[in-house]
Design a protein around this ligand. Structure first.
Ligand code: C2E
Ligand code: MG
Ligand code: MG
Length: 481
């Protein structure tokens, strides 16, 4: 190899300079990209990547007590994001400032996900510091944000877990703070400390959810069915106080029963709330309505074609956007005689009155009758009764329990009966267990009764048997003892 000429030397030098300049540009770019990858763009705070990288080290390196605070802005934030896309970034930036102001040098704040922040409080002298910080953050973030002269208020919840008692690793601590947050979210703007009971309840809920799914699968396939509908007769009586009294079964309430292969009978009060929380109520509800309509069709072939079946509809089902199309589809598929189906709704969980009224009207147009269940137990019963286009009111067992001996229950029941009568609603009385109740209620204008006095909920076969033997059953029940 010969020596380089002067001009070749110059060329090489120039090449090196160009390469060096490009390398510097690349480094700046890498730095910018890294920053972008590690910073939440809305708030400027370190994001989940940083939190993930640093948290384990922080826990390991300084063995002092710490607390993890998992913070989530309420649903109002999600609504705001949908309705005014320009505001959320401003809100997040200001939320970050408010949180930072409270936390100060007590810890680190990460903006982990859109509406979620994670705060690590280091070197806690006592657990109380964590709850004080959480309470102050909630107070500050709850304060209205004023943007362009408009005040925006947001709710906020926080879940807290402590290191090392409630988890020595990042993943366990975070999971426990998340469990506490899920509990806090059920309420309005509170903080919640993690407890092992919360975790156990969550595990139980997860297991129950899986079991409900398996039960639905077993019922929909050829497996051994676990779910059944039971039917509690509703008896209409006439001339109760005369020797010529008559009665007939006008309908029945369909009530779900679950016989689990290992756990035995699981009551609806245990699994319906889980099905509601997890969204499985939609599938369960479809199965229930489908089964009720099939039974109704079978009843007609057995000579009982005047019976109405009541089906409970959870608020979670009713609040679904596609609730009405789903109902239409079931009715169409089964060519159902829908005017013999009564849908039982409860006022708890009816979030939007106008939406509920519109859905009830559509259900009635489809031919269903609509009944308001557990009437009197909600907060807004009077206005609901006035505004909701329902056909029937069911007086709740909790009032009937006190009739006729309890002064208050009796007075309330009398008021409910008068109110329903004035508003021209039919009445069904639930939970009638003894003769005294029936006597008093009949004397005050009630005619249709559901309760243990006439019958407990029955399997379909037993319900058919009940219907076939009703004249004798009624005679025995109505005889003056
Ligand atoms: P609900 O709709 O108010 O049903 C009435 C409950 O009272 C039933 O309990 C029934 O067995 C019970 N009951 C009726 N008469 C008497 C009586 O005289 N004495 C006593 N002590 N109890 C009586 P169940 O079947 O345990 O259901 C409890 C709740 O679970 C129901 O309250 C309803 O909210 C829900 N549920 C039951 N089945 C279904 C269903 O198929 N779908 C939905 N979404 N919810 C259901
Ligand atoms: Mg009911
Ligand atoms: Mg009820």
């Amino acid at each position: 190899m010969g020596l380089l000429t002067a001009s070749e030397n110059m060329q090489n030098k120039r090449l090196v300079e160009i390469l060096q300049a490009e390398l510097t540009d690349a480094n700046v770019l890498i730095q910018k990209l890294t920053q972008k990858l590690e910073v939440n763009e809305d708030s400027g705070l370190p994001n989940a990547v940083v939190m993930n990288r640093e948290l384990d080290d922080l826990l390991r390196l300084t063995p002092h007590p710490k607390a993890v605070l998992f913070l989530s802005l309420s649903d109002q934030y999600t609504v705001l994001k949908r309705t005014s896309p320009s505001k959320p970034q401003w809100i997040l930036f200001n939320t970050a400032i408010r949180i930072m102001n409270v936390v100060g040098d007590k810890g680190r704040v990460n903006h982990t996900k859109d509406e979620e922040f994670l705060i690590l409080l280091q070197d806690l002298t006592e657990p109380q510091v964590a709850t004080e910080v959480a309470a102050e953050i909630i107070k500050q973030v709850k304060e209205a944000y004023v943007l362009n002269g408009q005040a925006i208020s947001l709710g906020v919840n926080i879940g807290i877990s402590f290191y090392p008692e409630q988890g020595e690793s990042k993943s366990i601590l975070l999971r426990h703070a998340d469990i506490a947050l899920s509990e806090a979210i059920k309420h309005k703007s509170i903080y919640q400390l993690f407890t092992p009971e919360l975790r156990d309840r969550l595990i139980e809920k997860d297991e129950l959810q899986k079991k409900i799914l398996r039960a639905l699968e077993a019922n929909n396939s050829d497996g051994r069915p676990q779910l059944m509908l039971f039917f509690q007769p509703q008896v209409e009586i006439h001339d109760w106080n005369s020797p010529g009294k008559t009665g007939r079964v006008v309908g029945a309430e369909a009530l779900i029963r679950w016989n689990h292969p290992n756990d035995g009978f699981i009551p609806p009060s245990k699994f319906i709330p889980v099905a509601e929380e997890t969204g499985l109520i939609v599938h369960l509800g479809t199965w229930i309505l489908h089964t009720a309509i099939t039974c109704l069709q079978d009843l007609a072939t057995q000579g009982f074609d005047g019976i109405t079946l009541s089906v409970n509809i959870s608020s979670e089902q009713l609040n679904l956007e596609d609730f009405i199309p789903r109902m239409k589809e079931i009715v169409r598929r089964l060519k159902s005689n829908d005017h013999q189906i009564k849908l039982e709704l409860t006022e708890s969980g009816m979030v939007n009155v106008d939406d509920t009224i519109s859905k009830i009207n559509q259900m009635r147009e489809l031919g269903f009758k609509v009944l308001l269940d557990d009437f009197g137990t909600g907060y807004s019963s009077l206005s609901y009764l006035k505004n909701l286009p329902i056909d029937v009111v069911k007086i709740d067992k909790s009032f009937i329990d006190g009739v006729p001996a309890g002064e208050k229950d009796t007075a309330l029941t009398r008021t409910i009966i008068n109110l329903a009568t004035e508003l021209k609603k039919d009445i069904v009385v639930e939970g009638t267990e003894n003769r005294d109740q029936i006597d008093w209620l009949y004397a005050h204008g009630c005619k249709v009764f559901q309760g243990y006095y006439f019958s407990k909920p029955l399997s379909y076969a037993d319900f058919l048997h009940y219907l076939r033997n009703f004249p004798a059953i009624f005679e025995a029940k109505s005889a003056i003892i």
